[in-house]
Ligand binder design. Structure first.
Ligand SMILES: Cc1cc2nc3c(=O)[nH]c(=O)nc-3n(C[C@H](O)[C@H](O)[C@H](O)COP(=O)(O)OP(=O)(O)OC[C@H]3O[C@@H](n4cnc5c(N)ncnc54)[C@H](O)[C@@H]3O)c2cc1C
Length: 388
């Protein structure tokens, strides 16, 4: 079957199945559950996973086509805590998990029935992650975990957590780490949401007190390699390198919203251009960088026949993508002038208040998933081969 025929099949299936009642379904409603069931039965929540684990068995190009058609039809997909299940632990288990572990965990993710979170960072170990001190000790047939993690995104809504733990305190720091999986719903796990200045609590402190791990992924003390591989999946997802980053195909001429904002807030020339020469220059420069980035992403996707996540080069995309998003949001608030600095109140439109929050939120993009400085270190050492 050609990709175009497959696209037609997707559109036909959506026409028949994704009806108005599902499009407007409220979260938690029976209609929403029924829609997620239909998607899951088709294998289209984890389209690229093998069918035996609840996936759709699609190849990478079919997966991209499916995502593009989903985007064009605004298809609702189940929540996945920032891709923790489908894009991070899922591919890691496919690569390193036993068949039993895959059967235990993957079908639940592929049906949108399990939320996951990541227990990597600790109060004393962020960029220098390998210095982590959360301990796991083998007791009979399972590991008992003690210690603390921090910045655990969505731990308060997660059912499962994958955790990097120290299993050999006498080994060199990278060699004594393992990756384990824990059920969040057990007495030994306590979650304390961190209240941010914005009033929200997107991440938490997570405490383990004699908590029981249900699975060890890979061999004991091989967790550093597995944990790094998971970070490549994470960075690939964040920067849009995977199929999930593919945007809907469009033949419509694109109106560039920053140019429109510049005209509205900082003046328009008689012939419909941006009046302010400094903003004009910055917007053109940013747009060119953004388009180059998107084209490079598209080329990378096309060249990546197997669809498997790339290695250390993911750090290049993560770092460049983070900088682009920070430049974009900061341009947006600067264009709005004092209107782009509101937090609340009647003097601001919803878009202006949203711009302030996006600008502040975007600062995190060069920290989450490893800071930009860490990405530059990886690029220097692992991509360019420069000496330590
Ligand atoms: C939105 C968001 C979500 C997150 N979600 C999770 C999550 O779900 N699970 C989880 O485990 N963690 C999560 N984190 C934590 C994140 O992984 C860490 O914040 C990040 O790795 C940096 O660690 P740190 O905050 O301890 O900073 P530090 O490591 O203390 O770094 C401080 C500064 O020093 C710089 N620095 C440190 N070492 C070097 C070096 N060798 N060379 C050059 N510069 C260096 C850093 O770049 C940074 O600017 C999240 C963070 C954010 C912002």
């Amino acid at each position: 079957m050609t990709i175009e025929t497959f696209r037609e099949e997707i559109r036909e299936w959506l026409n028949e199945n994704y009806t108005a009642q599902f499009k407007s379904s409220a979260e938690g409603s029976e209609d929403r559950r029924e829609w997620i069931r239909r998607l899951a039965d088709k294998g289209w929540i984890a389209p690229h996973w093998p069918k035996e684990y609840g996936g759709g068995g699609l190849n990478f190009q079919e997966h991209i086509a499916l995502i593009q058609e989903f985007r064009a039809a605004n298809v609702i997909v189940p929540p996945d805590n920032g891709g923790q299940g489908l894009n991070m632990i899922g591919p890691t288990l496919l690569e390193y998990g036993t068949d039993e572990q895959k059967k235990r965990h993957l079908p639940k993710i592929a049906r949108g029935e399990a939320q996951w979170c990541q227990g990597y960072s600790e109060p004393g170990s962020g960029s220098d992650l390998a210095s982590l001190s959360t301990r796991a000790v083998l007791d009979g047939d399972h590991y008992v975990v003690n210690g603390q993690k921090i910045w655990t995104s969505g731990a308060d809504v997660a059912d499962w957590i994958y955790v990097l733990v120290r299993t050999d305190p006498d080994a060199l720091k990278h060699d004594g780490i393992s990756m384990v999986i824990l059920d969040m719903n057990q007495p030994g796990v306590t979650v304390r949401p961190i209240q941010l200045i914005s009033g929200t609590s997107p991440f938490c402190e997570t405490f383990f007190d004699d908590a029981i791990a249900v699975d060890l992924i890979g061999k004991p003390n091989h967790g550093w390699t597995i944990g790094k591989r998971l970070l490549q999946h994470e960075r690939s997802g964040i920067s849009g390198m995977g199929a999930g980053g593919a945007s809907a195909r469009s033949t419509e001429p694109q109106v560039y919203y920053l140019a429109e904002l510049a005209k509205r807030y900082a003046g328009e020339t008689d012939d419909g251009g941006i009046a302010d020469p400094v903003f004009r220059d910055e917007i053109i420069q940013h747009r060119l960088n953004q388009l180059s980035f998107q084209l490079t992403l598209a080329r990378t996707r096309e060249e990546n026949v197997s669809g498997s996540t790339l290695g250390p080069t993911t750090s290049i995309f993560k770092a460049v993508g983070a900088n682009l998003s920070k430049t974009e949001t900061s341009l947006q608030v600067r264009l709005m002038g004092s209107q782009g600095t509101g937090w609340e109140g009647d003097g601001f439109t919803a878009a202006e208040l949203g711009a302030t929050r996006m600008w502040l939120g975007s600062r995190a993009s060069s920290i989450a998933g490893g800071t930009n400085e860490v990405q530059l270190n990886i690029i220097a050492k692992r991509v360019l081969g420069l000496p330590d």
